[in-house]
Design a protein around this ligand. Structure first.
Ligand code: FAD
Length: 592
């Protein structure tokens, strides 16, 4: 049996149940640590109850950033670390992380000087308006932290006239604006998956399994349940890492004792298709304050606009979704910053929510809670032989630094050396990514020749998979392949590649995380059905199992992303939008 298949991995675990490290939770923090340990040759198992990056890690604002706002809370060390990691990701994940010009509309010259000084010293907990002087101070620190380490331009202020020339939809009360540079990530879920694959490829003793849940403990063993087969099996760990994000306290309770480490806050975002709003972004991020002084963001994302977010305390992380009240809150914030733009509810294509696994806190407002990361250790005791390391907080931006710090702690416990640093290790399709236009052209030529496709098709694949598109191209030439009838931009072979190579177990893995179909607003019933048919064929599901999967997926999309049956069926597929085209013609026009 192939040891890299799901069954092969589980069989191996049943035969050799001792593991040096078990990481519970396959969000970005668990995954980052998994890769870190795998590259040091540690015998490590990662289990995720759902799909990788299926919870908070698929709900970020998609910023890879220093966190300008965190300076108000005095978190300078976090900002410095985040900026360092941002710059590393711009190099190591060139295929998914890009510079992002970010503009702050400014509504006064001096506002917030006193209030923010009080806030800095912990004497004021309310959000305060920020005038030009405060913004200048923050941006100067930002530039100072990255001096000589980035090719991105320094911040720049624009006069009122310049501001309205470029951002003509802005609230007319703006007195000026400032632009600085941060970064954004196009496919965080795919980058998470690539980190898992890189780690498994780097070491035979690194095993990752999605759809495996930590249920409970039994003396010195952890009892895990494979939700694909319903089977339970046990593992004897030397060290346990609890990377279950907003569920950290529940997980500790299930294997040890109740803790009170987490005080999660929920954040929701909307994807909106509105031409004026798209133009209003000025091709970058607008980082603005709403009427109450809370920071919100919007930027162009896959042809639409991503807007967010809310920041609300929650008691439980289960079942979170964007409520109508949050939707109204976000739309109101847009009305404040762009008063002349009218947005219809129907223009909201997609909604997503997640819970930030922040530390429990007594702060009066959620904005005051530290965004830094930390680790709490429950030492081994008479009841269990292993200590539990709980990973609290952590941002997408800083996953590598957090993973590195925890890995060092674990390596000390295991008395194992560190073999390499991950600072310069390129990720997935970011490896050997073409840097210059000339290199890119050469790369596109090679791929289009290999697959007999157009340069523009090769360019889509480069944007989607980075240089892993070469592996995809090799796969495609050996398989039957044609464009999807419902969405010719994807092909049947491409979907099969994702199923085979990227641990796909459910339809939603494909719709929400291996592809960008859902978040880009491209989902409709035809696409969902066609992809489900391919998945069913690949997995050998019967009709009943196939229908069950479709039903599960549709109810999930409705409950968590506001995509009900009526919306999905009213959206036209690409096939319907164009003149009907025979499948054979499509095959000719688009080889892969
Ligand atoms: C609204 C919002 C906006 C954000 N914006 C940004 C941003 O722009 N930039 C940025 O850098 N960061 C951002 N973040 C922060 C970042 O996304 C999160 O801090 C990070 O994703 C947390 O990762 P995690 O792995 O700790 O948690 P999660 O991603 O939640 O992962 C925890 C995992 O544990 C699993 N699990 C739970 N119980 C069990 C069990 N018993 N067995 C097995 N598995 C289990 C869950 O299924 C889950 O997948 C944002 C977060 C949110 C919510």
């Amino acid at each position: 049996m192939n040891v890299k298949t799901r069954q092969g991995k589980i069989k191996r675990l049943k035969e050799h149940s001792k593991k040096s490290v078990v990481i519970v939770g396959g969000g970005i923090n668990g995954i980052g640590l998994f890769r870190e340990l795998a590259l040091q040759g540690v015998d490590v198992l990662l289990v995720e109850q759902g799909d990788y990056c299926g919870a908070a890690s698929s709900a970020p604002s998609r910023m890879i950033h220093g966190g300008l706002r965190y300076m108000e809370n005095g978190e300078f060390a976090l900002v410095r670390e985040s900026l360092h990691e941002r710059n590393l990701l711009l190099k190591n994940a060139r295929h998914y992380v890009f510079p992002l010009p970010t503009t702050i509309p400014v509504f006064s010259w001096m506002d917030g000087v006193f209030a923010n000084a009080l806030k800095f010293f912990g004497l004021n907990e309310k959000p305060a308006k920020r005038g030009a002087l405060i913004i200048k101070l923050g941006l100067s620190f930002y530039d100072f932290f990255t001096r000589g380490k980035t090719t991105m331009p320094k911040h720049r202020f624009h006069s009122k006239k310049e501001t309205f020339r470029k951002w003509s939809f802005l609230n007319k009360d703006a007195v000026c604006s400032a632009t600085y540079y941060d970064a954004w990530i196009s496919f965080p879920e795919r980058l998470g998956m690539e980190l898992v694959s890189d780690a498994e490829q780097a070491s035979d003793s690194a095993i990752a399994l999605n759809y495996v849940r930590l249920e409970r403990s039994d003396e010195d063993s952890l009892i895990l349940k494979d939700s694909v087969t319903g089977e339970e099996f046990s593992i004897e760990p030397e060290l346990v890492v609890n990377a279950t994000g907003a569920w950290i306290d529940d997980t500790n309770q299930s294997i040890s004792k109740r803790t009170d480490f987490i005080g999660g806050t929920k954040g929701s975002h909307l994807i909106i298709r509105n031409d004026d709003l798209y133009r209003a972004t000025g091709d970058g991020m607008v980082y603005y304050e709403n009427a109450e002084g809370r920071v919100c963001i919007l930027f162009p994302y896959m042809g639409n606009v991503l807007v967010g977010s809310t920041d609300l305390p929650v008691v439980s992380a289960n079942g979170v979704h964007c409520t109508p009240e949050e939707e109204t809150y976000i739309l109101e914030s847009l009305k404040y910053i762009f008063p002349s733009i009218h947005i219809e509810r129907e223009e909201i294509l997609y909604r997503f929510s997640g819970v930030r696994p922040l530390p429990s806190s007594t702060s009066a407002t959620t904005g005051q809670i530290s965004r830094s990361h930390s680790c709490q250790v429950l030492p081994a005791n008479e009841a269990r032989s292993y200590p539990i390391f709980s990973l609290i907080g952590g941002k997408w931006t800083t996953f590598r630094a957090f993973g590195q710090q925890i890995a060092d702690q674990l390596l000390t416990e295991l008395k194992q050396p560190r073999h390499c640093s991950t600072e310069q290790v390129e990720i997935g399709g970011g490896k050997d990514f073409p840097e210059t236009l000339f290199e890119k052209k050469q790369w596109l030529n090679a791929i289009s020749e290999q697959c007999q496709c157009t340069d523009s098709r090769a360019e889509i694949l480069l944007a989607r998979y980075g240089t892993r598109a070469t592996e995809l191209a090799e796969f495609l030439v050996s398989k039957q392949n044609r464009p999807l009838l419902s969405h010719p931009d994807y092909s049947t072979g491409e979907v099969r590649f994702l199923i085979e190579k990227e641990q796909v177990e459910c339809l939603n893995d494909l719709l929400l995380r291996r592809t960008s179909l859902a978040i880009s607003g491209d989902l409709n019933l035809d696409v969902i059905r066609e992809i489900n048919d391919l998945l069913a064929m690949q997995k050998g599901w019967n009709q009943k199992r196939k229908e069950l999967e479709l039903g599960n997926s549709l109810s999930y999309l409705e409950q968590y992303h506001g995509l009900d049956y009526k919306t999905l069926s009213s959206r036209l597929s690409t096939q319907q939008k164009q003149q009907p085209v025979a499948a054979s013609e499509l095959t000719e026009s688009l080889a892969i």
